[in-house]
Design a binder for this molecule. Structure first.
Ligand SMILES: [Zn+2]
Length: 256
């Protein structure tokens, strides 16, 4: 049983990710290592293969479509890997500043991938999803392809409308909450009203990709998010933390 599980962390984009993972294991901290390109996912699987407290997601972040790094061949590779992957992410849509121009290409890639995932069911599949200014569209895709019902869909750093929040709840989605989300009034309100059984913690670290990072910064962020969450929901932090850790441990199959 983990003490903390960071459900959305770019451990592979820290130059010292493996050292952090090893030190975290001793501290009872586990990770959902979300990746941003399918080639990166292959590398990360290899790099973290001996880290029992790390699950590597197969991902294609919408920004890497937006900036032209990833094209059709990458989407094809993503589909091929995702068909056999229990853990998928980071995937999704971004219609904000960085992604608006490529939103159609992102949506086509996301829908293709989610359809492939649905057609290749795997028990215990977990998907970490990015949706900026596009939660309705992302939920449409999850619903239309059937993935919302066949996998555990986790909306990372949710920033949609409250109608979109409740629609996601009805579809069975979970929500990974980080410090940035709790820094906004709307994020705190969502953290207050979400059903308790849908809550998870994340950091989305590191703030700067491709540099060394620190385990104590990750742990501090998780602790602070948990404490704020407990305060907002007027519950005991230790109890809430244990419930979230237990839920995350089961999702990432750390117990076995
Ligand atoms: Zn991320």
């Amino acid at each position: 049983m983990m003490r903390f599980v960071d459900m959305h962390c770019h451990l592979d984009l820290m130059t010292n990710g493996v050292e952090i993972a090893r030190a975290a294991h001793a501290e009872g901290i586990g990770f959902f290592c979300t990746t941003v390109t399918p080639v990166g996912a292959i590398d990360a699987r290899e790099r973290f293969s001996t880290c029992v407290n790390v699950r590597v997601g197969t991902g294609l972040h919408p920004w890497w479509i937006a900036d032209g790094t990833c094209g059709d061949a990458d989407v094809g590779l993503l589909e091929e890997l995702a068909a056999r992957a229990r853990y998928i992410g980071e995937v999704g849509l971004d219609a904000g500043k960085r992604g608006a121009e490529s939103i159609e290409a992102q949506a086509a890639a996301f829908e293709r991938t989610m359809r492939t995932v649905f057609e290749h069911p795997l028990p215990g599949r977990v998907i970490s999803i990015h949706a900026i200014r596009s939660a309705s569209r992302a939920l449409d895709i999850l619903e239309r392809t059937g993935t919302a019902r066949s996998a555990t869909c986790v909306l990372h750093w949710f920033s949609g409308t409250s109608d979109e929040l409740w629609r996601a709840v009805r579809l069975g989605c979970l929500f990974s909450i980080n410090e940035h989300m709790l820094a906004t009034k709307r994020g705190r309100e969502y953290a207050r009203i979400l059903p308790g059984d849908r809550l998870l913690l994340e950091t989305d670290a590191p703030p700067q990709l491709g540099n060394p990072y620190r385990l104590d910064a990750i742990e501090r962020s998780l602790t602070s998010t948990l404490e704020q969450l407990a305060q907002i929901r007027r519950v005991n932090a230790a109890t809430l933390g244990a419930q979230i850790a237990d839920r995350s441990t089961r999702l990432l199959d750390f117990a076995s």
